[in-house]
Design a protein around this ligand. Structure first.
Ligand code: FES
Length: 199
């Protein structure tokens, strides 16, 4: 789908609901259609994996879940969004995700994901724990060079559409990728890598 075909107004409505969380434990919205058959609240708080159905996601859309009291974002990237990732290497602090603490091994690459279409991130700024805003559209109030990504309004850190932090930002690490794997074409289990689930 072309970038212009995306329902920006709807997406904006969804992403505007993603408030600053100020770190772990703050209240954040959970989208009603994405969770089903999930464990009890006490199991979730203890860290049980969370299953997410992404079949109804629109191209370019961001949704949010909670795992271990952290906001977990899933973004369905368009081909145009993925295309921006290759041209940013010189501008990024850790373009190859060499900082191993920030993602499982499967995401230590340019797209930082299992499927390039679906990006899964912990929605907490690596500076001081605010929740960055999803700003997928190029240009706009972030300037002509902005290619889309995440912007943390607390102190101005910028991240690309793979959660990689730009150089010379207050944040000095890429946004974290949680352990996860696909249990079917459209269902993601957040909390365990495939290897961990099969162990
Ligand atoms: S908490 Fe995000 S830039 Fe400071």
């Amino acid at each position: 789908m072309a970038k212009d075909d995306i329902d920006h107004s709807r997406r904006k409505t969804l992403t505007n609901s993603v408030a600053v969380v100020g770190g772990i434990g703050a209240a954040v919205a959970t989208w009603p259609f994405i969770s089903s058959m999930n464990p009890s609240a006490s199991a979730l708080a203890a860290g049980a994996p969370v299953e997410v159905d992404v079949s109804k996601m629109e191209p370019g859309q961001q949704i949010q879940e909670i795992w271990r009291r952290k906001p977990i974002w899933i973004i369905r990237r368009t081909p145009e969004m993925v295309q921006t990732l290759g041209g940013l290497t010189e501008k990024l602090r850790d373009p190859d995700s060499a900082e191993t603490s920030q993602q499982p091994a499967f995401a230590q690459n340019e797209i930082r994901s299992i499927k390039q279409e679906y990006l899964v991130l912990v929605g907490i700024c690596t500076h001081l724990g605010c929740s960055p805003e999803f700003k997928p559209d190029p240009g706009g109030d972030l300037g002509a060079a902005w290619q889309g990504g995440f912007y943390c309004a607390c102190h101005g850190s910028r991240f690309d559409l793979a959660g990689r932090v730009y150089k010379n930002m207050p944040a000095n690490k890429n946004l974290a990728v949680p352990p996860y794997h696909f249990i079917s074409d459209n269902r993601i289990l957040i909390g365990l890598t495939k290897d961990e689930a099969e162990a």
